[in-house]
Design a protein around this ligand. Structure first.
Ligand code: KG4
Ligand code: ZN
Length: 334
């Protein structure tokens, strides 16, 4: 008998639902929330309201696109954390009700684990990493280096002490007038820019941890100084600024990943999270010798419910079910 898992993701500003059959994606519906664009970042209260509006249509479409009846579902997997409290609550409450109504198990999923386990979705042609591997989760909310010995044997060995890498793209982008989220546009504009035009000092943080707040401040000060002598500086140098900041961020990441390889003696590097879409990061890492690189398919880099359903499937096989009493967790370590 095939196993059908419904995954529900609502940790930040994407409402998503997905149905997997035996680890293969039958549907993966994502409703983005444009409402945050004009604020230059996610507004938590608006995010939870949008999730409330989106959740039923998104889940209904995921089930109908999968061409199954809801009674065929074997379990509901939902994001328990980390994420925004109000956003998580919408997905969790909905998932609990559905699981009760359909009398099927409820499975809790750690969003950060899901970003890495997205690689095990049974997509045609996608090579799956062997264990152990070094997971690199780079998104708008997180920057982590994780030693992954097995599906659920994961240890965070490095993380950001302040801003996440995606947040750095977004905040630097905002300083040069780009819309939120700025990461994709920085990536695009960089293709016409000179990455060596401007140099920014890289932070010196011990070990495998990151710090991006100093770089962000240095970028802001640099812009202020240049604008004094040339008010059109940003306009004239936009593509070069994008390429230069993108190169600096990428090299900070490469340095840390090399250190992680030295420390763990593991050179399989598995990426996850929205920033792993970035074409320059993909290019630079792919040209690194002594690393075996795995990038997710583009559709599974940013927040999506297929990755939640995938973890749900792996947990279903172990009968690792959750209880209804458990609350969501805005901070959720694994
Ligand atoms: O994983 P994600 O969808 O959400 C979080 O869990 O945060 O990641 C969103 C982040 C944003 O900061 C966005 O600017 C960044 O991923 N991002 C990119 C690119 N595409 C998305 N950053 C750099 N280059 C890209 N191509
Ligand atoms: Zn995420």
């Amino acid at each position: 008998m095939p196993i059908y898992i419904l995954g529900i993701e609502s940790s930040c500003d994407e409402t998503s639902a997905s149905v997997l059959r035996d680890g293969k994606v039958l549907s993966n519906i994502i409703a983005n929330q444009d409402v945050h664009e004009k604020f230059g970042g996610v507004v938590p209260e608006l995010a939870s309201r949008a999730h409330q509006q989106n959740i039923i249509p998104v889940v209904t479409k995921a089930i109908s696109d999968a061409n199954i009846n809801k009674n065929e579902l074997n379990a509901v997997a939902y994001t328990r954390g980390p994420g925004l409290m109000g956003s998580l609550l919408v997905g969790a409450s909905f998932s609990k009700s559905l699981s009760l109504g359909l009398k099927i198990p409820l499975i809790e999923v750690n969003h950060m684990q899901a970003h890495l386990l997205t690689h095990f979705i049974d997509d045609v042609g996608q090579k799956k990493p062997d264990f152990p591997f070094v997971g690199v989760t780079i998104s708008g909310g997180h920057t982590q280096i994780v030693l992954v010995k097995n599906y659920f044997d994961m240890n965070i060995i490095g993380e950001t002490l302040d801003d996440a890498i995606g947040e750095t793209f977004d905040k630097c982008g905002k300083m040069i007038g780009l819309k939120y989220p700025a990461g994709p546009e920085i990536d695009k504009r960089s293709q016409n820019g000179n990455p060596d035009k401007f140099k920014f000092v890289k932070p010196s943080v011990e070990g495998l941890n990151f710090s991006f707040s100093g770089l962000k401040t240095a970028f802001m000060r640099f812009l202020e100084k240049e604008k004094l002598s040339n008010p059109s500086f940003i306009k004239h140098e936009l593509d070069n600024l994008c390429a230069s900041i993108q190169k600096t961020i990428t090299e900070i990441l490469i340095d840390k990943v090399k250190k992680a390889i030295d420390q763990t003696s593991v050179n399989r590097i598995v990426f996850g999270g929205g920033v792993s879409c970035n074409s320059y990061i993909r290019k630079r890492f792919s040209s690194e010798k002594n690393m075996i690189i795995f990038f997710p398919n583009f559709e599974y880099t940013t927040d999506n419910a297929a990755m939640i359903a995938m973890v749900g499937y792996l947990k279903y096989l172990k009968k690792d079910f959750s209880s209804f009493e458990k609350g969501v967790k805005s901070r959720f370590r694994f």
